[in-house]
Write a protein that binds this ligand. Structure first.
Ligand code: AMP
Ligand code: ZN
Length: 113
């Protein structure tokens, strides 16, 4: 499959890894939109959240627990952070391997663009 994030998981494309376990991987976004911009992705390929079934819902909980762990380790938890997941065209998704953006290090704005 020609998926850039699957290639990152396989090590065929380099990344700045910050976390890895059996289920997920986290690495720095190549085009950071904030001082901290990390992507957290499942190792299994899902094009987006629409492909995640009821039986795999624990994976999403796990990803949020890992986001929290990374936020603590990076010392961004007290000031705060934002987790973003874009789905399909109107959501602004550009890479079709499910991923969650962990953004921090500056004031976030609302509503998002
Ligand atoms: P989205 O627009 O939600 O699909 O986000 C895709 C994200 O992947 C963007 O923030 C890109 O900057 C990021 N990205 C694309 N290619 C790479 C790469 N090779 N390494 C790290 N991040 C990447
Ligand atoms: Zn993939």
């Amino acid at each position: 499959m020609n998926c850039i994030f699957c290639k990152i998981i396989q090590g065929d494309i380099p990344s700045q890894k910050v976390y890895e376990d059996d289920l997920v991987m986290a690495f720095h976004d190549i085009s950071p939109q904030a001082p901290v911009h990390i992507l957290i992705i499942p190792k299994e390929h899902y094009s987006n959240i629409l492909e995640v079934e009821e039986s795999q819902k624990e994976l999403i909980g796990h990803i949020f627990m890992i986001a929290k762990k990374i936020a603590r380790e990076m010392g961004i938890h007290e000031k705060g952070f934002r987790i973003v997941m874009n789905c399909n065209r109107d959501g602004g998704q550009t890479v079709f391997h499910l991923h969650f953006h962990l953004l921090a290090g500056r004031q976030m704005h609302w509503p998002p663009g």
